[in-house]
Design a protein around this ligand. Structure first.
Ligand code: NAD
Length: 482
């Protein structure tokens, strides 16, 4: 029997809402004011064990449903997200500081699309027949993996949990979700929607808590078959090594530091809009942001001047104001990190052409969108992931140099370029080391289009039919015809 009790920041395990075994709680803050808005359970190893046990019990019956039956449930989830859009927008805005307008058209809309897309995929999970010189009939089956540990970061709680839970469920897996320490609210609300949608008890479990305790216990639990991790490269390396030691299946969606290349033949009006979107979207807390702008030297001064004039006009402020484009950083520590990087950029010879300081407003964690010109390529601010509304601008003299600069960091998640030359667009896209390349716009993402990283941005793909590959295993069956 499912509990009908509201979550109240409790853990959701086996269809029941319960306190952490330790009784501990974690504060949840509103980043637009810095004030505590509630608490959630501080889950630990015992809670993770209970969640994995509940998931294992639920696995057989869920996996045995037909893809069409699972698709019906996924479509109901999508419908419930639509019906509860106002509440999800409110929670994402309160918890992460997301501007309400963006939370609605991006976060909530994308979550709906992911469940609907995966409902379609659920109905088409099939194998292949293979021709062989053996006197035998050979075919393949794609089977679910079992218990998926979904570990998600703070910046897109709803989207990135859906990115894992929707394909995992579509393929017949069960899930234990550990949301980010700071931004767990939408995950708990989604648990209520899963119940309403008819997701059987234990098929999705949500354990809030810290990464070092709950997250680590989940990684190490022997009942987990797959680790689907999204987060920083540093924690991802730890997660991959722990999971790898136990030979668990793993996908790693890690950090990024994308280059956005503007060639001299670009449509500059269009490019400026994409450049600004690329670094201010989600207050720059976007793994696929474009914080490294590379500009053909003849356009360099012009582009820097245009940005210096245009960027301060982007509305920063209260995320509850529908006009706001840039909200606060999600936590004080993220704000401090951005301040440290901008101070470092000044020491490294960078010219701050706009921004470069906090915005004091209601005690929130606001930082003005910042453009820094003239930094050398080996500066830390260029090479590392700042993860805030900060853009560096560097000139280049040739296509080869643009590609070399673009590929010069440890990351390879996204990249982009602006050009009106079709041959150049394809040629450069081919040479960029990134999981996704955008041409003449930024952040064009869709559940049908796979994304993921190369180099230290990770491995595995989310979205698209490719996502299902990482939530299934292939079994070959060979029948003798003798
Ligand atoms: P993070 O690595 O600090 O945390 C991610 C998750 O891992 C959280 O749930 C956290 O609690 C958990 N965690 C922390 N320590 C752990 C441990 N020892 N064992 C198990 N789990 C642990 O990342 P973050 O600060 O929340 O998110 C920002 C980072 O995520 C950035 O680097 C960003 O680029 C990356 N990111 C990548 C993608 C992508 O698709 N590639 C998407 C969003 C964010």
């Amino acid at each position: 029997m499912s509990s009908t009790r509201n979550d109240d920041g409790l853990l959701f395990i086996g269809g029941q809402w319960r306190d952490a075994a330790s009784g501990g709680r974690i504060d949840v803050l509103d980043p637009s004011t810095g004030s505590v808005i509630g608490t959630v359970a501080d889950g630990g190893a015992a809670d993770i064990d209970a969640a994995v046990t509940a998931a294992r019990e639920a696995f057989g019956p869920w996996a045995a449903l037909s893809g069409r039956e699972r698709a019906r449930v996924l479509n109901r989830i999508a419908e419930l997200i639509r019906e509860n859009a106002d509440e999800l927008v409110r929670l994402e805005s309160l918890d992460v500081g997301k501007p309400v307008t963006l939370a609605r058209v991006v976060d909530v809309a994308t979550a709906v699309e992911q469940y609907e897309y995966c409902a379609g995929l659920a109905q088409g999970i099939d194998g292949a027949t293979r021709k062989t010189p053996l006197n035998a009939f050979a075919y393949t089956r794609r089977e679910p993996l079992g218990v998926v540990a979904a570990i998600t970061p703070f910046n897109f709680p709803l989207i990135l949990s859906s990115t894992k839970i929707a394909p995992a469920l579509a393929a017949g897996n069960v899930v234990v979700h550990k949301p980010a320490d700071d931004t767990p609210l939408s995950a708990l609300f989604m648990a209520k929607l899963f119940q309403q949608a008819g997701v059987p008890d234990g098929v999705v479990n949500v354990v809030t808590g810290t990464g070092s305790v709950a997250g680590d216990a989940l990684l190490r639990h022997p009942g987990v078959d797959k680790v689907a991790f999204t987060g920083s490269t540093a924690i991802g390396k730890h997660a991959a090594s722990v999971a790898g030691e136990a030979l668990k299946s793993v996908t790693m969606e890690l950090g990024g530091n994308a280059a956005h290349i503007v060639f001299e033949d670009a449509d500059l009006d269009k490019a400026i809009g994409s450049i600004i979107k690329g670094f201010v979207f989600n207050t720059g807390q976007f793994c696929m942001a474009g914080p490294r702008l590379l500009v053909a030297r003849p356009l360099y001064d012009t582009v820097v001047d245009i940005l210096a004039n245009a960027v301060p006009g982007v509305p920063v402020g209260d995320p509850r104001d529908p006009e706001t484009v840039i909200g606060p950083m999600a936590a004080d520590r993220h704000l401090k990190k951005v301040e440290e990087y901008v101070a470092l950029a000044r020491q490294e010879g960078g010219r701050v052409v706009c921004g470069g300081q906090r915005l004091e407003l209601n005690g929130g964690y606001y930082y003005r969108p910042t453009v820094i010109a003239d930094l050398p390529n080996d500066s830390r601010v260029v090479q590392e992931e700042v993860f805030g509304p900060v853009l560096t601008v560097q000139p280049f003299d040739s296509e080869d140099e643009a590609v070399e600069l673009a590929n010069s960091t440890q990351y390879g998640l996204a990249a982009g370029l602006a050009t009106t030359n079709l041959a150049r667009a394809h040629r450069v896209a081919d040479r960029l080391q990134a999981g996704i390349v955008w041409i003449n716009d930024w952040a064009m993402l869709d559940p049908a289009v796979p994304f993921g990283g190369v180099k230290n941005s990770g491995f595995g793909r989310e979205y698209g039919p490719e996502a299902l590959d990482s939530y299934t295993k292939v079994k070959s069956v060979v029948i003798s015809l003798d």
